[in-house]
Ligand binder design. Sequence first.
Ligand SMILES: [Zn+2]
Ligand SMILES: [Zn+2]
Length: 185
Amino acid sequence: MEKDIDELLEEVENKFINKNNEDKSRKLLTAHTLSSQSSFRCDSSDYDDILRDVEDHTDSKPMLSKSLTTNSSPTASAGIRCFPVYIGGSDHSSGCSTVGMPRSCSNLHCISCDFAVYTFDNFQWLPDTDYLFLRTNMPEFERVKDHLLPLEGCRAYACQCSHYATSIMKEVKSVPVLSWVCRSH
Ligand SMILES: [Zn+2]
Ligand SMILES: [Zn+2]
């Protein structure tokens, strides 16, 4: 007797499932797994959102691929580096440099001492400025100003191992003693 009821229930359940399956497969999933509603509801609503999104647009495939591209674009666009890398005087615009738009790089980093490169506009370095002085006093202006001489249009650069001053725009690689690279913008 019990077996008969079980078989009957199973048969009804199968019919019920199959019937729903013909209607809408995702509703079957929700109905069939009442005990784990929450997870399926979540999946189902996400699915519905995607379907609604797709239905809003007549041509769904380009729309989906476009949204994927948009999601990945922030990482792709982050971290633009100067090319070529320029240093320049205080009159030159600073920022990110491109081939058609040379600018003095505003985010230089020394790969020799692993220290940021700081700039002091309208100054040049005294000839006796050396490694030990920079190592001890950079980047505090108050501590290095005694080694800076005012010079209009000049820009004094220094990390903790090297220093340089220029009034003209030039590529960093044209000064072989400098191990300065653009650290992106
Ligand atoms: Zn740069
Ligand atoms: Zn350095």
